[in-house]
Ligand binder design. Sequence first.
Ligand code: ZN
Length: 248
Amino acid sequence: MPQPDTHLKRVFADAFKQLGRGRKRFHPDAASIEVKFYPYAGLHHTIRVRAGRVFVRISDLLQSAPPEVIRSLAFLLVARLLTRKAPRSEERIYRAYAFSPQILRASDLARKQRGRKLVSSAIGRVYDLEKLFSRLNRRYFDGQIDKPTLTWSRRRARSILGHHDAAHDTITISKTLDSKDVPEWFVEYILFHEMLHIKHPARIINGRRYYHTAAFRAEEQRYPGYEQAQEWLDRVVRKRHELRARAA
Ligand SMILES: [Zn+2]
């Protein structure tokens, strides 16, 4: 079972505290640590610091790992970041799990299935999502949005133009927009909307999940191309209806 976020943050904060003991080192508290599972192609994890915040991505192959394995991994990653030696005992615990036949098999499979495909699919035939993302991030978010996996959809889904998957930290944009017939500013708007989902995570109120919160909507409406994009959206939707009517 996936472990709750707050627990993961605490595990990492604890590793910082223990490994940085007795030194004037970096001691982030749980609130400034972000831990996510990530669909890397293989058993791979990353840790980095930006503007005083710690960002950890753990291979989703460890999503159901026992708590002591995650704890050991936290020690290994924090040690790597602080350029300190990780305790031998933690290394042993992690390796015993990471090199178990079950995890090796899952890791092989992930490499085959995810391979390069996922990495290169941000570059479409017309538009490069990475480039658009960087520009939007600079212009509207002070570069503060941690880059998710960006990918064009494999199928030409017409009904959903963009989607943000928080669990896998992935933004998928419909392949239908990767076309010379679609202006760049419109693709940018769709990507901007999905980036807002990263900035404004869904809120749960009375057991219901709200994705487009008031703060989300307010910021979206401040986007300079908002009105123009809405008009284009209306037109795209109308055109689709006409097509469907003709086909019927
Ligand atoms: Zn949305």
